[in-house]
Structure formats: structure tokens, C-alpha cells
Write a protein that binds this ligand. Sequence first.
Ligand SMILES: NCc1[nH]cc(CCC(=O)O)c1CC(=O)O
Length: 311
Amino acid sequence: MSAPELIRIVSRDSPMALAQVERVRAELSALLPGVRTEVVPVKTTGDKWLGDLSLVEGKGAFTKEVDAALLAGEADLAVHCVKDVPADRPLPAGTAFAAFLKRDDVRDALIHPGGLTLDELPAGTRIGTSSVRRRAQLAASHPHLECVPMRGNANRRMEKLAAGDADALLLAVAGLERIGRPDVITEVLSTDVMCPPIGAGILALQCREGDTELIDAISPLGDPAAHREATAERMFLHVLQGHCNSPIAGYARAGRGGDLSLRACVFTPDGKTVLNAHEWAGRLDPATLGTSVAVALLRQGARELIDGIAH
Ligand SMILES: NCc1[nH]cc(CCC(=O)O)c1CC(=O)O
């Protein structure tokens, strides 16, 4: 098999996204010594628009321009956070996932300049987050805290925190590690306290479907466990058909003995209703596990709950 000589990598241009690209470049040069890589940074709608994401079509806001560059032949490989790749629809026609990299930390972290933990925060503390998933879970577990809208990349959010726009932040541990700022974390929240989003901590490499030489060359970078987990989680979300204002969380994990489990939740925005299911795959393949957990939540009324939220 002839290895490609040059791989042009397209990604968002945020500090986190560019750090992700550096990880991919390092893994590529270890796998394919002598290969050259080039970075093609693009700005996405999600980076440019700092208002409500549902007003700019929401889903796909962080991936659309990256996929367009891949399809236009301006790059050969796209690096995406699986979390940002819409799961309710197929991947853009003509593209395919070539690998899911080994999963990073899936948990969210609290950043409180005073060093308090989530349980210690006084009533009225303003948590900067626009995530409907984080807001609903905080409303359920810590109703005395207040969420204030905050978007922008992680570095920008920390600037806003320093400027007093919020008293504390919730951000993904994986993202903070990627931008080299795990030092700001005051508490890592367990997945029981804050159930992660679909695809948390997994990077996906996406190629043009017909580029089989490149796909074959880079597929050894894929991690089998991350692939199974991402497949179960994304099928769960596909069957559930949420929208960008629906608080949905879900986390698949290969447990003892390798059996895959998927725990998933759907919330009302006020956190007063929480639907919850947790199943093990047993003999099921990952996609069927995802389907089964989605159906379990639909039986509990997830469709009515999701459709009842304005979007
Ligand atoms: N929406 C931005 C985004 N996309 C992926 C991550 C975290 C890293 C990951 O899960 O891969 C983040 C930042 C955050 O939520 O704090």
C-alpha cells in the first residue's frame, strides 16, 4: 500500500481545535514516517456567531465549513470533536469517518476562582454556560445556582470569567487539557453529577469517502473502544432525534469484561423531569444498544418531553 506523501488537515481555528490537530499530526508522523502534513484552519459559523446557536441552525455550526473544505478538495482530512458532529442526520454525503481516536476524559470540570466545589457554592452564584445539558442538570441538582449565558471558545470564556461576566464556569476536562489549562480546574465532576454529552472526549478523523488509500493508511489510528462507544452514543441520539435546545446526555463505556453499557438521560430545561435509562449490550452490537436505550427513553415519554421544548 502506498502511503500518501502530503495530508492536508482541516479544522476549526480555535486554540483547542489547533491543539487537536497537533495531536493528529504527531500520531500521523509516528504511523507514517516521512508523511508531510499541512494545516488548513477555517472559521465556522459557531465560532463567528456568539448568540443563541439555535438562531444559526444550531447543529452543524461547528462542522459545516470544515466539511465543505474537505468536500471541495481544499484538504484531505478533517478533525472533529465527535460531540460537535450532528448525530440526528447522516454525515455529509461523500464523507466518512476513518478513525475515532482513543478517548480523553469525558467529564466536566468546575472552574471557580475562589476554589470552592460545586456543593460549596453559595446561592446565586452565576455559572457561565449556554449548554442546555449543563443547565438542566444544574437546575436538577443545584437549583440555588444561577446560569448565565456564555459562549465562545474555552480561552474566551476564561477571559469573560476574569472580567466578571460569571462567578464560575463549567467546561470539559478534555478541552482544558488540550489547551494546556488543567490548572484552572477546581473540581472534576463525576459522570453521576454531570452526565456527559454524546461523543465527549472523542476526536474523529473524517475523509472523502472515495479516498480509500488515505482511509486505509490512517485507520490504524482508530481505537476500537472509542469506536464502539461513539457508535452506541451516536445511534442513541439519532433514534431520539433531539433538537439543539433539548437537554440530552449519554455515556457509553466498555466495562469489566469488555461489555459495553450506555447510560443516557433526557431532561426538561428546568431539571424537574429527568428520564434515565442504563443498559448493557450483552449480545447486542453497539448501534443496537444505542437504539435500545433510545427506545427505553421514548417509552418513558422522551418524544413528548423533547417536542415540548421551544426550538
Ligand atoms: N462545544 C465546544 C466543545 N466541543 C468539544 C469540547 C470538549 C472536548 C471534547 O469533548 O472533545 C468542547 C468544549 C467544552 O464543552 O467545554
